[in-house]
Design a protein around this ligand. Structure first.
Ligand code: HEC
Ligand code: HEC
Ligand code: HEC
Ligand code: HEC
Length: 362
């Protein structure tokens, strides 16, 4: 497991947590090889026996949410697997991170925004001036059909960052004001573009790079110059959606005098870092987590010598909890049944609070 230290200002380490970053194409392969696809679909594609995993769209979809969902549904899932004669898969932490990245990418394709509104915005925000759908027009904007960003939210963020200064200049020359995009508007535009007949069947992708190298770049590119103190990105603890991120990349040009272009690899690194930041800081309340631990009866075994003393330290993160579930869950479930302990359910912040508590046990 990779352990990263994130220090924003020299000497001021804000968080110390083990954060893995997943890769959606590895996740997609696992989804097949581990037979998830036999029962589950992603946005309509795949088995129909179990919930569609691309459609879990609550705004703050995080690894802790996925861990809680899997724990909650595990007993039913296992009995469905036994009936279907499928062996229960084992997943390590990295594989759990890969699956999360895959579901996250699938949500980028989720038809939650309003394509009709998106089409209007594409015109009213001036995008259609330069961009046709299938052909290149006189102003040279890449036709939408050829956009890598339609399938890849990181590429979308990069493009929004890279060409907003040019647009600001073009529009300035015509005496127009640079349009600001809200996250909602960006999402509507993305939904519109992803659901054109020409783009609808493309496969999603989401492959952020290592947070450690991303942090270096965050400094080298001068992001740190503004994002310190009150503006530190670590201050915002909720998850950013892909559209929110792309919209903020676009809106920067109105705040900056100079903006250097980012290469694909650079944006992957920055996103890896910013992603890891939000998981490293979104870490729940240990005191509440202790109550969850007690109320769910975990201590009945783990503090009474019937099961390993839980001293996970930094190993207690969402991906590890998914891995533990698939590895130890079935035998834990048997023991629980024999002691009349109900299989636990986790709601709201229960899982992240529990993890915060487990990290304090060493
Ligand atoms: C044999 C069929 C089957 C297989 C294979 C299977 N699942 Fe499930 N899964 C289910 C069923 C049935 C449910 C719903 C259980 C319930 O209603 O409590 C479920 C629920 C879930 C949920 C909660 C979904 C929600 O939105 O409520 C997640 C997440 C999940 N499964 C992930 C996976 C992953 C990842 C894999 C592959 C490693 C997998 N499942 C393999 C049958 C299966
Ligand atoms: C003044 C002309 C102009 C306008 C207006 C414009 N673009 Fe562009 N856009 C371009 C050009 C030129 C490129 C090719 C950029 C390059 O190759 O560096 C481009 C590229 C892109 C790409 C990258 C496509 C890919 O390869 O994945 C995206 C995404 C994009 N634009 C989105 C938008 C959106 C959204 C708007 C409206 C908010 C917009 N553009 C408005 C000229 C424009
Ligand atoms: C000139 C100062 C400046 C620089 C340099 C800068 N930003 Fe920003 N950034 C801002 C401001 C101002 C905001 C808007 C904050 C707000 O609206 O809450 C912002 C917003 C953001 C957001 C959204 C924050 C949120 O609360 O959701 C992200 C992500 C971000 N910037 C990333 C970057 C990255 C990556 C770089 C370097 C490539 C960078 N910024 C460089 C000033 C800057
Ligand atoms: C009925 C007894 C019992 C209860 C109640 C129980 N567990 Fe376990 N747990 C076990 C056993 C036994 C193992 C080891 C299983 C194995 O070796 O496969 C285990 C393993 C684990 C592990 C893996 C240990 C490691 O270091 O990797 C974790 C994490 C865990 N349990 C968490 C929990 C949590 C959280 C709860 C409460 C929601 C809980 N357990 C409730 C019996 C229990």
């Amino acid at each position: 497991m990779k352990r990263i230290l994130i220090g924003l200002v020299a000497g001021a380490v804000i968080s110390q947590a083990a954060v893995l970053v997943g890769d959606s194409s590895r996740g997609a392969a696992l989804f097949k090889s581990q037979n998830c696809e036999t029962c589950h679909s992603i946005n309509g594609e795949g088995g129909k026996m179990a919930p569609d995993l691309g459609k879990r769209a609550s705004r703050g979809y995080s690894p802790a949410d996925l861990a809680a969902l899997m724990w909650n549904h595990a007993p039913q899932m296992w009995s469905a697997m036994e009936k279907a004669n499928l062996t229960k898969p084992k997943l390590d932490s990295q594989q759990s991170a890969d699956l999360f990245a895959y579901f996250f990418a699938a949500r980028y394709f989720e038809k939650k925004g309003d394509a009709g509104r998106g089409r209007q915005l594409f015109v009213s925000k001036g995008c259609a001036e330069c961009h046709n759908i299938t052909s290149t027009n006189g102003l040279g904007g890449t036709p939408v059909m050829k956009w890598a960003s339609v399938t890849d939210p990181i590429e979308l963020a990069r493009q929004m960052w890279n060409h907003s200064p040019k647009m600001r200049d073009t529009m300035g020359a015509k005496g127009m004001k640079m349009p600001i995009l809200t996250a909602l508007e960006m999402n509507d535009i993305a939904v519109y573009l992803q659901n054109l007949p020409q783009t609808k069947n493309l496969k999603p992708e989401f492959a952020p790079a290592s947070p450690t190298t991303g942090e270096t770049l965050f400094q080298a590119k001068g992001c740190i110059g503004c994002h310190v103190g009150e503006n530190s990105l670590a201050k915002k603890s909720s998850m950013r959606t892909a559209s929110e991120f792309a919209a903020s990349m676009w809106n920067h040009s109105s705040k900056m005098k100079q903006q250097s272009e980012l290469l694909p690899e650079e944006m992957r690194r920055l996103v890896g870092y910013i992603w890891a930041l939000q998981f490293a800081t979104d870490d729940g309340l240990a005191a509440r987590g202790q109550k969850v631990f007690e109320a769910r009866g975990c201590g009945n075994c783990h503090d009474k010598g019937l099961a390993p003393k839980l001293a996970m330290g930094e190993r207690a993160n969402s991906y590890e909890m998914i891995s533990v579930l698939w590895g130890h869950g079935p035998s834990m479930q048997k023991q629980m049944a024999s002691q009349g302990i109900k299989w636990p359910r986790f709601e709201n912040t229960d899982m992240s609070d529990l993890l915060a508590y487990l990290r304090t046990r060493r």
